[in-house]
Design a protein around this ligand. Structure first.
Ligand code: NAI
Length: 335
């Protein structure tokens, strides 16, 4: 059994974590979960957004499945996610975006892999209030961090038979920071001659993704652009309820959905647990349980191939619990 730290999280986090645990149990995943709180609930019960017990568990397991957590907005408190990514140097944020099953969408053939640099950029937390009327934020880009995310993207492209990497920046305006990111990525690209490299400015990229998403393959970009483009890309395949993610470091990995705590639907049995289930599948891939991950994906895709199983975000009416039951029954039929 592999030890995994499970952070249920806030808002819909508990509901989708429960659903994920039930599906993993039905699939007989060899995972031993240490359930630890973080975020708002942890703050209310233990007086800390990131309790020491969580850090101890992560130090031991080096592997986590995480629900979304609430960070107070605009109160001078650094985001819990950003803190975790920095503390454990989880430099690579990987977000595969592919419609699970034949969803009724305007876009066909979307199959993107976004590689977002996860430790620098405007997320460095270097903000200052110059006066009550003026505030500043410093953007940090280094060659080392840019090259290691580029290498992660190109290695993945090579490993998974992808053809093209699109480097996305705003280097025409931020010539020094984005210019450095672009040059560093282009230097790495030279080591991968079989992979086509193209460069696009982020504003054009946003439009091209809406017009022709099927023409893109791997997207390599900075922290903020990656955050925004992955929500945009999630919208192309049916929404945030469907997109998983991985935060990868050298010897630590935290898997979590792209979406947040969805306070508008929390506690109402309305959340789509697919994104967290697919994040659990990425975790299983990571620990070489690829067959099990594929089995869970097949069950999910089968359930999502029938419109009557759609949750509300997909235009259906099934609740979180009923959807989870369908996935479990499907897994049981596969045995
Ligand atoms: P959000 O992702 O929570 O919600 C955006 C919209 O998508 C909402 O309408 C929500 O109902 C819907 N949605 C999201 N996930 C869904 C799911 N699984 N099933 C069905 N519908 C879903 O983004 P928002 O509202 O900007 O952020 C809310 C809170 O989440 C904030 O406190 C923010 O800090 C936090 N957050 C946490 C993240 C994390 O822990 N990784 C990531 C993003 C936001």
């Amino acid at each position: 059994m592999k030890k995994v730290t499970l952070i249920p999280g806030d808002g819909i986090g508990k509901e989708i974590s429960q659903a994920t645990l039930e599906v993993l149990a039905a699939a007989k995943a060899p995972l031993d979960f240490d359930v630890v709180m973080a975020g708002q609930e942890a703050y209310e019960k233990e007086g800390a957004y990131l309790p020491q017990r969580l850090l101890d568990s992560l130090d031991e397991s080096r592997l986590a499945l995480k629900g979304p957590v609430m960070t107070p907005i605009g109160q001078g408190f650094s985001s819990i996610n950003v803190q975790l990514r920095k503390k454990y140097d989880l430099y690579c944020n990987f977000r595969p975006i592919k419609a699970p099953g034949p969803l009724p969408l305007r876009y066909e053939g979307v199959n993107l892999a976004i590689f977002r640099e996860n430790t620098e950029d405007l997320y460095a937390g270097l903000e200052e209030e110059v006066s009550p009327e003026e505030a500043r934020s410093i953007k940090v880009i280094t060659r080392q961090a840019s090259q290691r995310i580029a290498r992660a993207a190109y290695d993945y492209a090579l490993r998974s038979g992808r053809k093209k990497v699109t480097i996305v920046t705003k280097a025409n305006i931020m010539k020094k920071t984005d210019g450095l990111f672009l040059r560093a990525c282009q230097e790495v690209a030279q080591d991968y001659p079989s992979i086509k490299t193209e460069t696009l400015l982020v504003d054009n990229m946003a439009m091209q993704l809406v017009l022709h998403p099927e023409t893109f393959d791997v997207i390599l970009t900075e922290n903020l652009y990656g955050d925004i483009l992955s929500d945009l890309a999630a919208g192309l395949i049916g929404g945030l309820g469907l997109v998983p993610g991985a935060n990868l470091g050298r010897d630590m990995a935290i898997f979590e959905s792209v979406h947040g705590t969805a306070p508008d639907i929390a506690g109402r049995d309305m959340a789509n647990p697919t994104a967290m289930l697919l994040s659990a599948c990425l975790l299983l891939d990571h620990i070489d349980q690829k067959d099990l991950a594929q089995k869970i994906r097949r069950a999910l895709y089968q359930v999502l191939s029938d419109k009557k199983n759609y949750t509300q975000d997909l235009g259906g009416s099934l609740g979180t619990r009923a959807f989870t039951k369908e996935v479990i029954q499907c897994l049981e039929r596969m045995d």
